[in-house]
Design a protein around this ligand. Structure first.
Ligand SMILES: O=C(O)C(=O)C[C@]1(C(=O)O)C=C[C@@H](O)C=C1
Length: 314
């Protein structure tokens, strides 16, 4: 693709997902790109479209403040052909209970929604619709879409974003049904590997670490590399590698940019102690909070130490 051509975006859809809201926020100053963005019914399909070059960027959910990591994204990002994160967006999560017009609460026997949404409304459901069974759907908006499309959905109501109820012309039977009013989901914009966004002083880096073997203190050996250089972790998850029972890798987000000296030194040390490291990008934090190194972990401190070592060797 020629450089001056606009970037082609996709998102985990259909229309009306929280992911589409995240993309709208990311592209708030590029309405043309937003209007042209393509929905993909699963995270894996969206990431594959980036891999194959069909689109340049895709917005996908990666982490929820109540339910934790979105394993479909963590695993698909890290499959054979690793992709990189270009940026992140935080979206406050507000759920509604939506149904076809005229549906009463008493008529609801099943409720459709995404598997990450359901645990976030479990308390409300137990209190208000204790007999309704949960029907998993590909996304919150897919649940709303199927209800609107006809009477063949195996449920009578959907748990979705207020926007999905509006897009698919459903009636809102109850608002704000999330058990945790401050729930937030973190979404990431993903691309093929290429130029890393320039450091901004408020950056995060994502990596996946693979150990040589499972041994006492193995995880501590990885974590002490970060601790020794004053690097704060913001997410740590163990994911099965798929190669056998008990074989795990560690998916980690930490503060700092690959261009920072302390991050470079940490990655070099990790490279020595790990069997493999997947780099999934350095990108600006959504909250814009500055990442301040301590006096002993500034770029200058590392440079001074290196100059000193060179002087000894000379
Ligand atoms: O189904 C959607 O609307 C999504 O965008 C996915 C998703 C998720 O994967 O966590 C996003 C936010 C909510 O926490 C629930 C579902």
């Amino acid at each position: 693709m020629h450089r001056s051509e606009p970037l082609r975006y996709g998102y985990f859809g259909p229309q009306g997902t929280f992911t589409q809201m995240a993309l709208a926020s990311w592209l708030s100053e590029d309405q043309d790109a937003l209007a042209a963005a393509r929905p993909f019914g699963t995270v894996a399909l969206g990431l594959d479209a980036v891999r194959s070059g069909e689109i340049d960027r895709v917005m996908v959910p990666i982490e929820n403040s109540v339910e934790g990591g979105v394993s479909a994204t963590l695993d698909a990002l890290n499959s054979d052909n690793p992709l990189v994160i270009q940026g992140e967006v935080l979206v406050p999560i507000t759920f509604v209970l939506a149904a076809r017009s005229g549906t009463t609460r008493a008529a609801i026997r099943g409720v459709g929604s995404h598997s990450h949404a359901w645990p976030q409304v479990r308390g409300w459901m137990a209190a208000h619709l204790p007999d309704a069974s949960y029907v998993p759907t590909l996304s919150t908006a897919a649940a709303a879409e199927a209800l609107a499309a006809g009477d063949r959905a195996p449920y009578e109501a959907a748990v979705c974003a207020p926007m999905a109820a509006e897009v698919f012309g459903l009636e809102v039977l109850a608002e704000d049904i999330g058990d945790n009013a401050s729930a937030v989901t973190r979404f990431v914009v993903v691309s093929r590997p290429g130029a890393v966004p320039a450091p901004t002083g408020s950056d995060k880096t994502t990596v996946v670490l693979y150990q040589h073997d499972n041994h006492p203190g193995g995880l501590m050996e990885l974590l002490e590399q970060f601790a020794a250089r004053g690097i704060n972790l913001t997410r740590l998850e163990s994911r099965p590698t798929g190669s056998g029972m008990g074989a795990y890798c560690f998916s980690i987000d930490f503060e700092g940019h690959v261009a920072d000296e302390r991050v470079g030194e940490t990655l070099m040390s990790l490279r020595r102690v790990c069997a493999d490291i997947r780099f999934h990008g350095s990108y600006r934090r959504a909250d814009g909070r500055p990442v301040e190194p301590t006096r002993t972990t500034t770029d200058q401190a590392f440079e001074d130490a290196r100059t000193w070592l060179h002087s000894l060797r000379a």
